[in-house]
Design a protein around this ligand. Structure first.
Ligand code: GL7
Length: 835
């Protein structure tokens, strides 16, 4: 056990570092020790930033200890492990979450107070880790929290971008401006650099076949290193600590001095700085594919390094390769890591001397694939020529996979060339493409969508042929979820305290189904009052932030309606802002007496547009400029406010979500795969105002339709309406006179020079692909029902809010992750013993 030195000395030393969970002085000691040693500051010279950093380092010590225990325990037990591959990890801040999961928030609050600091102030010093765009990246972060909490033996793998999602700013005229997010400028206390964990990665080069075998030798080209950085993720109410291992690209030592740029020192230094480029920046597109070489380099570096790391761990077990699928499962978060399928084939065949057929048998038992969108513009298709240049050996392997696959298809459906062309992993044409989703399906043992409707749609539309070929069982659904630790305990402490008090225990935090035991409380006046006061407090807290940051005064008695998500045509922020303009015109028209009957609303928007997405940026501009007019119109007063909160982030979401009364989820039916802000808002007691799309459907089922305001065309009507919009168009005036009036007002120059918004309005005048005009009337009608309830029966409103919140147990990511573990991964809980 003790490899060197004296056991007694070791044991005493290890104990000396222990801090009890409620040992306030002990915690204070570690904080001060980090100030004076790690930060090299004098104790007296401690500002809030230093206090935050030292506190974070002190918490990190706790995490590392648990991380080590978890790792030793899992190494000794050698269970099957799950690896979650995600190109995005939208973590946000870690300090508050970590102390809550450790059960040490009170201790840290007390310790920092005794050292002269307010813990809240320390929390606000932390920068968000924003290595993701939106739902997909935040989902990965919720899932790793649940994996740790369920004590599953699993790690996340991703990329350590030097720059996260861009910082969004607004120009004077309301245009989105983008600035870099150099989040690592300040020391990142949550990561551990593992400079010793590094793997070689090759790009470009040549492939030589090896005679009489399936093997080939891939050599030359450019080599670099992927270096590991670990972020420990503590579970709640368990000692288990998971890990997100992120890779950073580094030049390999002695880079290129021989083969690449012999004798040219300057060029070789330049080339080495090019390598560093690979992990510089997160691509800022959400639901949009862009076929950039650098992105494929990112994907390959990440997948190859992660796989080498996983296989190294497996080889230590000294088992035959055929047992690999009994020990590891790799979940692919979308198609971004699909190249890992070809990479496993390459390693098994070229480096481990396994036959092609044997390698394929092993490979197809290791991977599972989650699809996150049906939008055609988001599906990854790499140009064959680009692929061949960067990864020549992988392209060969993919061709072989496709060849064998199409032979099987041809055997089942002889002479069906259309089917072969439709299903081929290689899209023929000029240019040719590699269809990554098809490779992912063919190389996986299970494929899932992220909400019931979405999974049905996948099977009925874009993957229909594959369902026929692979069988129904190859496809399944796992509805998304969110972690109740961050999205209720952390962001809404007052509501959490009320729930814990009313249930008499904190068990709901690991068993969210218990929340439904509170549904009967909705009938009790006292409980409603307590619930309502908390909502009011959260609204006031948000109003203060908005007053401070944006100088807009909100009416906390108004309906707070939040639409907070990426800016996208399919999400239809347009529908919302056009309805706001309609509401504004109605207020302007009303007599002073009639205005008294109008219910007050505050519409809150937040979200980024991809830098190259012109229409989405124009929508931001419209929202901001409508806000400027409406918020300052004397006739309107308190009845209507429009706020666009810039630079939406996880930490802003944590303030917004608990303050919302209405959750605006109004995507065109059939476009939003799931949505997850719908779950967060409902959990915090916002009523759903939404279309019959994604997880809205399951939320409405669980909360009860009486609790929700659903509207709009259904998915199975959308095709027909869309067809009519394009091929039998009627004038906008006929489709929706109200919307036509709104457009006239915009075109009159009411929100900036006439003409600025023409290209946006044109998308609705012509084609209206997303059915904005078709759903406009029913959206207004749904808002009217909201008005009636808000103005008519506030008690009933609160009752519905309580029922909604307490019905969200199914949307805990613990449920989702347990579904994956049981139904797909085949991994079991491996909980570190308490002592
Ligand atoms: C998304 C979906 O758009 C979103 O509806 C879903 O909730 C999320 C997580 O499953 O995945 N798909 C996608 O490509 N992005 C998403 O957020 C970027």
């Amino acid at each position: 056990e003790w490899p060197v030195g004296q056991e007694a000395t070791w044991k005493t030393a290890l104990k000396a570092n222990d801090v009890d969970e409620d040992d306030v002085q002990g915690v204070a000691n570690t904080i001060v020790r980090h100030v004076t040693t790690s930060l090299a500051r004098q104790a007296g010279n401690m500002d809030t930033i230093a206090a935050y950093q030292a506190t974070a380092l002190s918490v990190r010590d706790q995490l590392i200890k648990r991380w080590n225990e978890t790792t030793s325990y899992h190494t000794a037990r050698a269970p099957k492990r799950i690896y979650y591959f995600s190109i995005e990890w939208l973590i946000g801040r870690s300090l508050d979450n970590a102390v809550l999961n450790l059960g040490m928030k009170n201790t840290y609050e007390d310790a920092s107070r005794k050292l002269g600091f307010n813990f809240e102030d320390l929390l606000n010093e932390e920068r968000d880790a924003a290595l993701g765009n939106g739902g997909l990246g935040r989902l990965a972060a919720c899932y790793i929290d649940s994996m740790a909490t369920l004590s599953l033996p699993g790690w996340g793998y991703g990329l350590r971008y030097n720059y996260g999602i861009f910082k969004q700013m607004l120009s004077k005229t309301g245009e989105q401006l983008e600035a870099p997010d150099p989040w690592l400028d300040r020391e990142n206390p949550w990561e551990i650099a593992r400079l010793d964990v590094a793997y070689p990665i090759r790009f470009y080069g040549n492939v030589e076949p090896v005679a009489n075998s399936d093997k080939a030798v891939w050599s030359g080209g450019m080599e670099c290193l992927a270096v590991a950085y670990d972020t420990p993720i503590p579970g709640y109410a368990t000692k288990n600590c998971a890990n997100i291992r992120l890779w950073s690209a580094k030049p390999v030592q002695g880079f290129d001095l021989n083969s690449f740029n012999a004798g040219n020192y300057e060029a070789s230094v330049h080339a080495s700085s090019e390598v560093g480029n690979i992990t510089q920046v997160l691509y800022p597109n959400d639901n949009m594919y862009q076929g950039k070489l650098l992105r494929l380099q990112q994907q390959y570096l990440w997948c190859s390094a992660s796989l080498q790391d996983i296989l190294r761990r497996f080889t230590k077990l000294e088992l035959p390769w055929t047992q690999l699928p009994d020990y590891i499962c790799i979940q692919m978060n979308d198609t971004h890591p699909t190249i890992v399928i070809a990479e496993l084939m390459r390693i098994l065949i070229d480096e481990e001397d396994i036959s092609y057929d044997q390698a394929w048998k092993i490979t197809t038992k290791v991977f599972a694939y989650t699809n996150h969108t049906v939008l055609p513009e988001a599906l990854e298709k790499w140009e064959v020529s680009l692929f061949e240049k960067l990864l020549p050996r992988h392209l060969q392997i993919i061709y072989r996979i496709n060849h064998d696959f199409l032979q099987q298809v041809a055997k089942r459906w002889p002479n069906d060339n259309d089917r072969l062309a439709r299903m081929s992993i290689i899209e023929e044409g000029t240019p040719k493409y590699v269809r990554m989703a098809y490779l992912a399906i063919v190389g996986s043992f299970k494929v899932n969508g992220v909400a019931e409707l979405h999974s049905q749609l996948l099977q009925a539309t874009i993957f229909k042929d594959f369902v026929e070929f692979k069988g129904r069982d190859h496809f399944t659904n796992v509805t998304n979820g969110i972690t109740p630790r961050r999205w209720l305990l952390q962001c809404n402490p007052e509501l959490s305290a009320l729930i814990t008090h009313s249930l008499g225990s904190e068990a709901w935090l690991t068993n969210a189904q218990l929340l439904k035991n509170l549904i009967p409380m909705a009938e009790q006046k006292e409980f409603r009052k307590a619930f309502d006061i908390i909502k009011q407090n959260n609204k006031r807290r948000l109003a203060e932030v908005i007053e401070q940051e944006l100088g807009i005064t909100l009416n906390p008695r108004s309906v707070f309606a939040a639409q907070i998500k990426r800016m996208h045509e399919y999400k239809r922020q347009t529908l919302n802002i056009f309805a706001i303009i309609h509401r504004y015109l109605e207020i302007k028209k009303a007599s002073p007496a009639d205005r008294k009957k109008i219910q007050p609303w505050t519409f809150i928007f937040a979200g980024k547009a991809a830098p190259g997405y012109y229409i989405a940026k124009l929508v931001i501009r419209l929202i901001v400029n409508v806000g400027k007019i409406v918020n300052n119109d004397q006739d309107v007063g308190d009845l209507l406010k429009v706020v666009f909160i810039p630079d939406y982030s996880v930490s802003i979401a944590e303030v917004l979500i608990p303050a919302a009364d209405i959750s605006v989820q109004i995507s065109t039916a059939g476009t939003e795969a799931s949505g997850t802000s719908n779950m967060k808002l409902a959990l915090n007691g916002a009523l759903l105002l939404g279309t019959v799309d994604g997880a809205n459907i399951e939320i409405a089922e669980d909360a009860g339709e009486d609790q929700c305001f659903m509207f709009g065309y259904l998915n199975d009507q959308v095709q027909q309406v869309r067809y009519n919009n394009s091929y039998n168009p009627t004038p906008l005036e006929q489709r929706s006179p109200e919307l036509a009036a709104v457009f006239k007002h915009i075109e009159s120059g009411a929100f900036g020079d006439a003409g600025i918004y023409d290209s946006l309005l044109k998308t609705v005048y012509e084609h209206d692909y997303y059915l904005v005009s078709n759903d406009f009337g029913s959206y207004l009608a749904a808002q009217k029902l909201v008005d009636e309830l808000w103005g008519g029966d506030p008690e009933e409103w609160t009752r519905k809010a309580i029922i909604t919140s307490c019905s969200m147990g199914d949307f805990s990511s613990d449920r989702s992750v347990q579904d994956y573990a049981d139904g797909i991964w085949g991994v079991e809980s491996e909980r570190v013993p308490d002592n």
